[in-house]
Each structure stands twice: as C-alpha cells, then as structure tokens.
Design a protein around this ligand. Structure first.
Ligand SMILES: C[S@@+](CC[C@H](N)C(=O)[O-])C[C@H]1O[C@@H](n2cnc3c(N)ncnc32)[C@H](O)[C@@H]1O
Length: 190
C-alpha cells in the first residue's frame, strides 16, 4: 500500500480492536504478550511502522522509552497526540533513519509484510539494535491474501539472525474476534 493510502486509513485505523486496543481485555492481552518477551523497563524501543502509536502508548505506560517511525504523516500526527512522551519521526521503514546500535528492542507489528525487500529492511532494523537486543515482530498471513506466513517471516529473519521463536496468536482476545488465518509473534534474541 502507498503512503497516501495509509494516510487515508489513519482516521479510522483505531476502530479495529487490535489497532486501537480500546477493549481492556484486548489491551491487557497485548500488554502481557509484549512484556513477556521484552527486556524489563526501562529500555529503548524502536517501533517501526508505528501507525497511530497504540503500542507506543502501551509501552510508555509500562516505563519504556519509545521512538516511533512511520512514513504516513497522518498516522504520525495521531501518534504524537496519543503519546506526547514518545519521539516520532516520519520516515521510510525500509531504511529507518534512527540511531544505529542504540535500541534494546526493535518492535514492528504488521509492517514487514509491506516491505518491497523485507530481507534488506529487516537487516537495517537489526542494525538499530544494541548487542543483545531483541527483534519483536507481529505478522500474519491474512484471509485477505496479504501478509507473510510464519515460515516466510522466519526465513527472512534467518538471513540476519541465528535464533528465533514463533508463537501463534490464535486467541480471539488479541483480535476482538475468532480468526482462522495465521497470526503470530516472532521473537529473535540473537
Ligand atoms: C497495519 S499498520 C500497523 C500499525 C502499527 N504497527 C500497529 O500495529 O498498530 C501498518 C503501518 O505501517 C506503515 N508503513 C507501511 N509501509 C511503511 C514504510 N515503508 N515505511 C514506514 N511506515 C510504513 C503504515 O503507514 C501503517 O501505519
């Protein structure tokens, strides 16, 4: 999708349960999922393709320092309003202009699939990590036909990393509905 299309999505983006996390049970599920794999706060997180900043809000509330990046001005305008404590930049996640080797966590939810060269993009994401940093991806192969299977995402990650785990996110609580497609958390610690 183009930047212009994401700009058009921004005003209604948070209506999806997993985007806006308006339901306390959904928000708590994402909180528990992410805190279960992130290093303890305080830690520096780069949220790539951060959208309206919902995950940034969640993590700042838990004591993390978050830099968010998205190429959509409309998404970033909303993220800045939602999370004034965080730092947001309008930039291309394919080549993020954030400080190299400065982050404990690179987090990206539903963005790797949209990269024209995901192997190259993920290599640049990994370059943002400090030694010992963690890459946390949430991706899916959706019933719409878009996305990446867990096997495809793992293959991309293995071009740059030696270790990864995949957790399938089948519980309806994450999505506000039952799902029958493939959605997962991929964590790489080395
Ligand atoms: C499905 S949304 C996910 C937003 C957020 N990560 C979340 O989970 O709520 C995808 C986001 O990636 C952004 N995006 C897509 N391609 C991008 C690119 N090349 N560079 C930066 N952001 C991009 C879009 O603008 C959009 O905000």
């Amino acid at each position: 999708m183009t930047r212009e299309l994401w700009d058009q999505e921004a005003a209604t983006f948070d209506r999806e349960p997993d985007h806006g996390l308006a339901d306390p049970a959904t928000r708590a599920a994402w909180r528990d999922l992410l805190l279960g794999v992130l290093p303890s706060a305080p830690a520096r997180v780069a949220d790539l393709g951060c959208g309206t900043g919902t995950l940034a809000r969640l993590l700042v509330d838990e004591g993390y320092e978050v830099d968010g990046l998205d190429f959509s001005e409309e998404m970033i305008t909303r993220a800045r309003a939602k999370v004034p404590e965080a730092h947001f930049v309008v930039d291309d996640a394919a080549s993020p202009g954030l400080e190299p080797h400065a982050y404990d966590v690179v987090l990206s939810r539903h963005v790797l699939w949209a990269m024209s060269d995901p192997v190259q993009a993920f290599g640049r994401w990994v370059n943002l990590l400090r030694p010992g940093g963690v890459a946390v991806l949430v991706e899916g192969s959706w019933s719409t036909g878009a996305g990446l299977t867990a096997d495809e995402a793992a293959e991309i990650v293995r071009q740059h990393r030696s270790e990864l785990t995949v957790q399938h996110l089948t519980d309806a609580v994450y999505w506000g509905k039952e799902i029958d497609d493939e959605r997962y958390l991929l964590v790489s610690r080395a």
